[in-house]
Design a protein. Structure first.
Length: 688
C-alpha cells in the first residue's frame, strides 16, 4: 500500500510540474505577458490577435505569388501547373495549394511544433539578405545603390552574425536541420536552373575570384612540373556550320580526363577552347558566326567537353588561324597545345591551299612555342563512351623533353584508354650501345613513375630499295607535272597515274626477275640496288639530269626517236635538242601543249624519272624504312604516337608537297596515328 501511494504521489507531482512549465497551469492557463500588462491584459491579447491575423493574411497573399514565380522559372518540374494565372491575373491554383498547406499546419493542434523550425527559416532569410548586401558592397556592384546614407558593409555582417547566434541559441539541432534543408534546396535550384540568371551575388563573387586568379597567374611562368595541356582545338566546319570531325572533341575530352564514369560530369582539368574560322566579312557574316558558335557549344556539350567556343570571321583563313593561335586565352590562362586536323583530301583537292593552310598553321604554332597534336585517322578514334584494350605505342625518335610519354599517361587517366599498356620504342644507330640505352630509358621511366615496356630498335643504313626509289620519283614526277601542265589536281591525277602505270609496265618487263620489293618490316637486302640494271639511275653515282650534258648523249634510241617525232610539231622542242639545254623534255612539251596522252610514247617519259633531288630521296628513304619498322612492330596497336617532323622553311609548293608526301609515307598502313611536335616548354620531370 505504501509503495502504491508513493507511486501515485510521484505521478501527480510530475504531471503537475509538466503542466506548470509547459501549459501555464500555475496561472490558470493564461499568458504570462498578458497578466503583467498594464492597464489590462486585453491590450496584449488584442495586439497578438491582430499581429497574427496580419501576418497570416500577408503570408496567404504573398506565398501564392512566390509559388507561382518559382513555377514559372521551371526549377521544379511538378510545380509547372501552378504557374497559370486566372483571368484577373490572380494565382488561383497557387492560392489553393497554399491554403491546403496552412490547413495542414492548423490540424496539428499545436503551433509550437512548427514554430521553432519556421523561426529558423525566417532567421536564415534575414541572415542571407544581410550577406547579399555585404557581398554587393564588397564587390562594388554597379546596381547596388543603398538609400541609407550611413550604411556600411560591417552592419550587414553584424546582422548575419546575430541571426546565426539566435538560431543556435534557440535550438542547435533545428538550426543544423534548417541549414541542411536550405543547402539541399540551393543545390537543387543550381542544378535545375543553371540556365537561369537572377543576378545573384554568387556570380559576382566568382567573377572577382576569377580576376584575382588571372592576375596571380600573370606573375610568372608556370613551373615545368605544373605543366598540363591547355588545349586549343582548331575545328573545320561544314557548309551547314557543323564540325566536320566530331571526334576531335572526344579526343580532347579523353586527353583532359573529363569523365571517369559514363554519367560523370566532371569538368576535367585545365583550359579547353574550341575555335573555328569563317571566311568572309564580319559585317555580313556576324549571324553566321553566332550560329557557328552555338553549333560548337552544342557539340562540346554532347561530347562532354568542358570549355569555351569561339568563332572568328576573316577574309583569309590562314590569317584567321594565325590570329587564334596568337590571341586565344586571357592572361595566364592561355592555351599551350593545339589540336589540328589532318588535311585528308589534299591530294584530290583542286585548291592548292589545302595543304598550305595546314603547313602555315604548323609554322605559326611552332613560332608561338606551343605543342602541336595532329591526329591522323580521326574517324577511327574511339568515342568517350568506348573502351579499348591493347597497346599505346610511342615511337620516340626525337627526344623532345618527354611530351610523347606524358600524352599517353594523360590518356590512360580516361576510362576509354585505361586498360591499354604503354610501349616505348626508341631508335638507335649502329654506333649506339643499345643495351645501355634500354637500361637508361627504363631507369628514366622508373624515376618518372610511368609504367611502360621499352624496346630499342636498331636501324641500319641500307641502299634504297626499288619500292623506295619508285615512291620518290613518283613524288617528284607529280610535282613537275603539276607545275608544267598547269592542271588542277583533279585533272592531273589521271594524267600522272597513266604515266606511272605505263612506266611500271616497261620497268616490270625489263627487270621483273631482278627487282625485289621488300616486305613491310623487313630489314632489306643490300644487293637490291646492285642487282638493278645499269640503265636505272644510281643514287650514289649519278647526279641530277640537269647538272651536265653528258646524260643527254646517253639517251636511249627510243627517246631520240620520240624527240625527232615531235620536232616539227612545236618550236620549243628545237630548243630542247640543243647541247646547252639543261632539262630535255621533248615529249613533255608536247604533253604540256596538247594535254593528250594518246599521242605520246611511254618511253619518252624515262627522262622524267631522272629529275630527282638527293635530299628528297634520302628523306623518302627514311620515311619508308621507318614506316616499315613501325608497321611491323605496331600494326596491332590501338594508337601510335610519333614525332611530327618540322615543316620546310622554304614555302615553295614543291617543297611543301614533298613534306606532305613524306608524312603520308611515314604513316602509311597505320589506322590511328597521333603526330606530336613539342613547343619546347613542356618538360616532364621526376619531381612531384
Amino acid at each position: 500500500m505504501e509503495s502504491s501511494a508513493v507511486e501515485l504521489t510521484t505521478r501527480f507531482v510530475g504531471s503537475s510540474e509538466k503542466d506548470l512549465q509547459v501549459f501555464g497551469s500555475s496561472i490558470g492557463g493564461k499568458l504570462v505577458v498578458a497578466n503583467i500588462a498594464w492597464p489590462n491584459q486585453w491590450v496584449i491579447l488584442i495586439g497578438s490577435f491582430l499581429s497574427t491575423l496580419g501576418a497570416g493574411l500577408q503570408s496567404l497573399t504573398g506565398a501564392p505569388r512566390l509559388l507561382q514565380a518559382i513555377a514559372k522559372d521551371g526549377i521544379i518540374p511538378f510545380l509547372s501547373p501552378f504557374a497559370v494565372s486566372s483571368s484577373r491575373g490572380e494565382p488561383t491554383r497557387a492560392l489553393i495549394l497554399t491554403l491546403l498547406i496552412c490547413q495542414c499546419g492548423i490540424l496539428l493542434g499545436n503551433v509550437d511544433v512548427l514554430a521553432p523550425l519556421l523561426s529558423m527559416f525566417f532567421l536564415m532569410c534575414y541572415g542571407f539578405v544581410n550577406l547579399a548586401c555585404a557581398l554587393q558592397t564588397l564587390l562594388r556592384s554597379p546596381n547596388w545603390r543603398p538609400r541609407f546614407k550611413y550604411y556600411h558593409w560591417s552592419l550587414s555582417f553584424i546582422g548575419l552574425s546575430l541571426c546565426i547566434a539566435v538560431m543556435f541559441m534557440t535550438s542547435w539541432y533545428l538550426a543544423l536541420l534548417a541549414m541542411a534543408m536550405a543547402g539541399i534546396i540551393y543545390k537543387y535550384i543550381e542544378y535545375r536552373g543553371a540556365e537561369k540568371e537572377w543576378g545573384d551575388g554568387i556570380r559576382g563573387l566568382a567573377l572577382s575570384a576569377a580576376r584575382y586568379s588571372l592576375l596571380r597567374l600573370e606573375e610568372g611562368p608556370p613551373h615545368t612540373k605544373n605543366w598540363r595541356p591547355q588545349i586549343l582545338i582548331l575545328v573545320k566546319l561544314t557548309s551547314d556550320l557543323l564540325p566536320k570531325y566530331r571526334k576531335l572533341f572526344s579526343f580532347a575530352a579523353q586527353l583532359k580526363a573529363a569523365a571517369t564514369t559514363p554519367r560523370a560530369n566532371f569538368p576535367g582539368k585545365g583550359l579547353t577552347i574550341c575555335a573555328s574560322v569563317i571566311g568572309g566579312d564580319f559585317t555580313r557574316s556576324c549571324g553566321e558566326a553566332m550560329a557557328a558558335k552555338q553549333s560548337l557549344s552544342k557539340t562540346m556539350e554532347e561530347e562532354r567537353v568542358k570549355g569555351f567556343a569561339e568563332t572568328l570571321v576573316t577574309r583569309d583563313i590562314t590569317e584567321g588561324l594565325s590570329n587564334l593561335v596568337q590571341t586565344a586565352g586571357l592572361g595566364g590562362l592561355k592555351p599551350n597545345t593545339v589540336i589540328l586536323g589532318w588535311p585528308y583530301g589534299w591530294r584530290q583537292s583542286e585548291d592548292d591551299r589545302t595543304w598550305q593552310v595546314f603547313l602555315e598553321t604548323v609554322r605559326n604554332v611552332t613560332a608561338a612555342r606551343m605543342a602541336l597534336l595532329v591526329p591522323k585517322g580521326i574517324n577511327f578514334f574511339p568515342d568517350s563512351g568506348d573502351k579499348v584494350i591493347g597497346n599505346i605505342d610511342i615511337w620516340w625518335v626525337v627526344h623532345d623533353g618527354g611530351l610523347l610519354m606524358l600524352l599517353p599517361f594523360l590518356l590512360k587517366q580516361h576510362r576509354t584508354w585505361k586498360n591499354c599498356k604503354m610501349r616505348i620504342f626508341t631508335v638507335a644507330q649502329l654506333e649506339d650501345n643499345s643495351i645501355q640505352m634500354k637500361k637508361d630509358l627504363k631507369t628514366f621511366l622508373y624515376h618518372l613513375r610511368i609504367e611502360a615496356e621499352v624496346e630499342v630498335v636498331e636501324m641500319m643504313d641500307h641502299d634504297i630499295s626499288a619500292y623506295t626509289y619508285e615512291r620518290t620519283l613518283m613524288m617528284e614526277q607529280r610535282n613537275q607535272m603539276l607545275r608544267e601542265l598547269r592542271l588542277n589536281k583533279k585533272e592531273s591525277l589521271g594524267v600522272v597515274q597513266s604515266i606511272v602505270d605505263q612506266h611500271h609496265q616497261n620497268v616490270d618487263a625489263k627487270i621483273a626477275t631482278k627487282v625485289r620489293f621488300q616486305e613491310p618490316g623487313s630489314i632489306g637486302d643490300n644487293k637490291t640496288a646492285e642487282e638493278e640494271p645499269t640503265n636505272e639511275p644510281n643514287l650514289e653515282t649519278k647526279d641530277d639530269c640537269d647538272s651536265s650534258t653528258k646524260e643527254k648523249e646517253d639517251l636511249s634510241e627510243k627517246e631520240k626517236e620520240c624527240t625527232n617525232e615531235h620536232n616539227n610539231t612545236n618550236s620549243i622542242l628545237e630548243e630542247n635538242n640543243k647541247p646547252t639545254t639543261k632539262t630535255p623534255k621533248p615529249c613533255c612539251s608536247m604533253l604540256f601543249k596538247k594535254r593528250n596522252l594518246n599521242v605520246l610514247n611511254p618511253s619518252c617519259f624515262s627522262e622524267l624519272w631522272r629529275f630527282r633531288d638527293e635530299g628528297n630521296v634520302r628523306r623518302m628513304h627514311t620515311a619508308v624504312r621507318l614506316n616499315e619498322v613501325i608497321v611491323n612492330r605496331s600494326h596491332d596497336a590501338q594508337l601510335v604516337i610519333l614525332n611530327l617532323p618540322g615543316p620546310p622553311k622554304d614555302t615553295k609548293m614543291e617543297r611543301e608537297s614533298n613534306y606532305m608526301e613524306f608524312l603520308e609515307v611515314l604513316t602509311e598502313g597505320l589506322e590511328r596515328v597521333l603526330m606530336v611536335r613539342g613547343g619546347g616548354q613542356e618538360v616532364i620531370t621526376i619531381y612531384s
